[in-house]
Design a protein around this ligand. Structure first.
Ligand code: 26W
Length: 781
């Protein structure tokens, strides 16, 4: 018996009194995790004598930890053997809940960055919130989204260590709570890589200072006795399931301050251990990256700590802040920009607010010195119109502001933040997003990974540029055949999984066309739905002949308060019901909306895709990262010139992808004269699909929500013009592109050549490259 087996057996015996033969999945999960964890303890505790990057983020969408930790420690095969010995496999861990501590792209990006930084060997630690409940679980009830709590800690949390000794007191006016850190090791990819490091993800949990009020209890005031506990625990109770409209919720501001303050206190403590009260080296030792504006309250908080507790002068403290902090912007949507009501901010954080006022005064002086006076200053002010403008503070009081894809950064510089760019052109940078190839190829697609390794060597796992070596096989029929075989195998696996989870049977020989991402109007799932209906009508009326059988798959959660998004889910589910029950198209069309789309589901869907739907209105998707995952797994992109799609096509060739629709400049030109109603009146195909919302073809249980979608497109609302996202404008060009992919797919070898060329040119989209960019351009490490 080897060490791994011995230790795991021991752990099972000591903790649960069971042998490996009769251990449950949760027991095996815990014992294997603990055994693997023990192997890295000594490496984890090693001090790192270099500049440390602190990645502040309200979200870390890490997904399932056990498989990636086993992969990165090199224990995956041993674990598989261990489970095989009792007739099981690593697949049993599919029942372990994901850690879904994020909404979507921004949170998943943070998780990829952790993996990349540890793999390269940078000292980069994550700081965030240990939400008791992560993003809600989704199911469909009669086609409507239903939400339930995500109890991710049900299977225990063997990868975290509670650090009671490091807890911190956080004050909100009259309320004080403890922030207790739970540290998770972030394990770099070690096999054959001597640079790898083990970093830390520190997640703070909110706890009461006094858990129980005995006096209240004795006076028979039972709920008063635990009210402090409840109020404290509320702070880290749940992730806001909302990545759309900004909501000025008091609890959300408390969450932001809670983790920002606790993180800063623990960082200052660490710094003072080395440099005592000499803060002149602080920004050489620490860089703090703000993942969107959510942790921006850290800026006035650090000012407060440095001046009030460390006795620095304001200007000196401000310089330290500016040199330490950097800000990443992830969206240009005005409705997502955080602005807090001054009164609310001041009542929740009375000790911090004065520092916002001081930053604002300093800004005014700087503006005046640059010749910007009077009302002209308003557009920059952090305090304006009774609001605290968080993005403005994040730009002004940091040394760097970056966008997440070339086009996004251009839009920031030229439009959304052009006024700031004029003031501080040198502060603006682009760092195009990336994804970790360890999780998004090696782990989720071992079949394709093995084949790529066979053809190009192992190097791509830590240097994705090496995947380019695949390109020379683009005309090799054996390689292309093998490529197809692997794709078919992944489609079979997905079909099996979907049958088990959704009870829906899909045919793996169909083309798989997949759109998975949060549900948003700008991402235009509705456009996809319309085009499917158009294809359905086209097949029925004989306009479309010789259609390659296709299954259209959706996965998406809608923010619980986002009525429109929920209506779109219902609409797509109704389309699925209509099409899937129509025997005339059974051998051609299928529509599936999978429930509870999350990281683990993505790991199954992406390797099985032939077509990746990336169809946001040009200029709205900051980057996208799902698009990169599909590319890496050999799907072609059906998409607009938006976000990172542009760079994907630049790398892989326009001829190997399917680009359609208006570009940013086109939209600029037409936006004042655009008339969706005209397109509707003139085009019977557009009319047919749109009318399905109101003519009884599809039922919304008399809720009126389909009518609302219809009206929003044709007539607009008080807050948006008609068809704000240009669905009808792009409809025909999208429908054509979709039929072109469908036709091209028939030529197996030509199509798989396109797929292979996408894989071979995905090197740029490794988050290893992204994180090196941040290290060089922003953190200077
Ligand atoms: C205040 C509510 C709120 C919460 C989260 C507003 C906005 C957000 C995020 C900015 C939403 C998000 O995840 N943005 C995505 O970030 C990805 C990583 O950079 C990009 O790839 C996506 O294009 C962007 O939508």
């Amino acid at each position: 018996m080897n060490e791994f087996e011995k230790n795991t057996d021991n752990c099972l015996l000591n903790e649960f009194g069971v042998s490996r033969q009769n251990a449950t999945t949760h027991q095996l999960y815990r014992a294997i995790s603990k055994t693997a964890f023990a192997t890295i303890q000594s490496e984890w505790k090693k001090p790192k004598n270099k500049k440390t990057v602190c990645y502040f983020s309200a979200e870390f969408l890490i997904g399932r930890m056990i498989t990636s930790n086993l992969l990165n420690t090199g224990l995956l095969d041993e674990c598989e053997k261990y489970l095989n010995s009792v007739g099981k496999s690593i697949k049993i861990f599919e029942n372990i809940e994901d850690a879904a501590l994020g909404n979507g792209g921004l949170g998943r990006l943070a998780a990829c960055f952790l993996d990349s930084a540890a793999t390269i060997g940078y000292a980069l630690n994550g700081y965030g919130i240990r939400y008791r409940y992560g993003l809600f679980k989704q199911s469909f009830v009669d086609g409507w989204q239903n939400e339930t709590a995500d109890d991710w800690l049900a299977a225990s949390d063997p990868w975290s260590i509670r650090r009671e000794d490091e807890k911190v007191l956080v004050k909100f006016g009259a309320q004080s709570v403890y922030a207790v850190p739970y540290d998770m090791p972030v394990i770099g990819y070690f096999p054959g890589n001597d640079k790898a490091a083990i970093n830390t993800l520190r997640l703070w949990q909110s706890e009461p200072v006094n858990a129980f009020d005995f006096t209240a209890f004795n006076e028979q005031r039972y709920s008063d006795a635990v009210s402090e506990k409840n109020r404290a625990e509320a702070i880290s109770a749940v992730l806001y399931p909302n990545d759309e409209g900004y909501e000025g919720k008091c609890l959300r501001l408390k969450q932001q301050y809670f983790f920002a303050s606790a993180s800063l206190v623990s960082i200052l403590k660490e710094y003072k251990n080395k440099f005592s009260n000499d803060f002149s080296h602080f920004s050489e030792q620490y860089a703090i990256q703000l993942n969107d504006t959510h942790p921006t309250v850290a800026i006035p908080e650090l000012l407060r700590l440095l001046t009030e507790q460390e006795n620095l002068g304001f200007d000196e403290a401000f310089e330290i802040c500016k040199n330490t902090f950097a800000y990443t912007n992830h969206t240009i949507m005005a409705e997502a920009l955080e602005k807090w009501d001054v009164k609310l901010f001041n009542s929740v954080l009375p000790e911090v607010y004065p520092y916002v006022v001081m930053i604002n005064l300093k800004l005014k002086r700087d503006l005046a010195a640059m010749g910007i006076c009077g009302n002209e200053q308003n557009q920059y002010l952090i305090l304006e119109n009774n609001l605290v403008h968080m993005a403005r503070m994040a730009i002004y009081a940091t040394h760097s502001t970056n966008g997440v894809a070339q086009i996004h950064t251009e839009i920031l510089k030229e439009k959304a933040l052009s006024n700031w760019h004029k003031l501080y052109p040198g502060r603006f940078k682009n760092e195009t997003n990336g994804i970790t190839q360890r999780r998004w190829l090696k782990l989720c697609n071992p079949e394709l990974s093995a084949f790529i390794t066979e053809k190009t060597g192992e190097g791509w796992t830590v240097n994705l540029d090496e995947i380019k070596k695949l390109e020379k096989y683009k005309d090799d029929p054996d390689v292309l055949n093998k490529f197809n075989e692997i794709k078919l195998e992944k489609k079979k696996q997905l079909a099996e999984f979907i049958l088990k989870k959704e009870g829906i049977k899909i045919d793996p020989t169909f083309m798989f066309d997949i759109q998975i991402k949060r549900l948003h109007e700008y991402k235009r799932q509705l456009l996809n739905a319309f085009s499917i209906l158009d294809i359905y009508y086209g097949i029925l009326d004989g306009r479309i002949t010789d259609f390659t059988p296709t299954v259209f798959i959706f996965g998406a959660k809608a923010a619980p308060g986002y009525r429109r998004a929920k209506a779109i889910i219902k609409y797509i589910n109704e389309i699925a019901k209509l099409i899937n029950s129509d025997e005339r198209v059974t051998d051609k069309l299928k529509v599936v909306f999978v429930q509870n789309y999350n990281v683990s589901y993505a790991e199954k869907l992406i390797p099985a895709a032939d077509v990746s739907e990336q169809i946001s209105t040009a200029g709205t998707e900051a980057s996208g990262t799902g698009n990169m995952k599909f590319m890496l797994n050999g799907a072609v992109t059906l998409g607009t010139y938006d976000g990172a799609n542009i760079e994907i096509v630049e790398q892989a060739g326009e001829e190997n992808n399917y680009i359609f629709g208006a570009e940013v400049e086109d939209i600029e030109k037409i936006k004042y004269t655009y008339s969706p109603k005209k397109l509707y009146d003139e085009n019977p195909r557009i009319r047919a699909v749109l009318d399905s919302l109101i003519n009884g073809t599809l039922q919304d249980n008399a809720s009126g929500c389909f009518r609302e979608l219809y009206d929003a497109i044709l007539y607009g609302t008080s807050w948006h013009k008609a068809d704000h996202y240009f669905i009808l404008h792009d409809f025909m060009s999208y429908a054509d592109a979709k039929l072109k992919v469908n036709k091209d797919y028939k030529n197996k070898s030509e199509f798989s050549k396109k797929c292979l060329l996408n894989v071979a040119n995905a090197g740029k989209f490794s988050s290893d490259r992204t994180i090196k960019g941040y290290a060089e351009d922003i953190w200077k490490i």
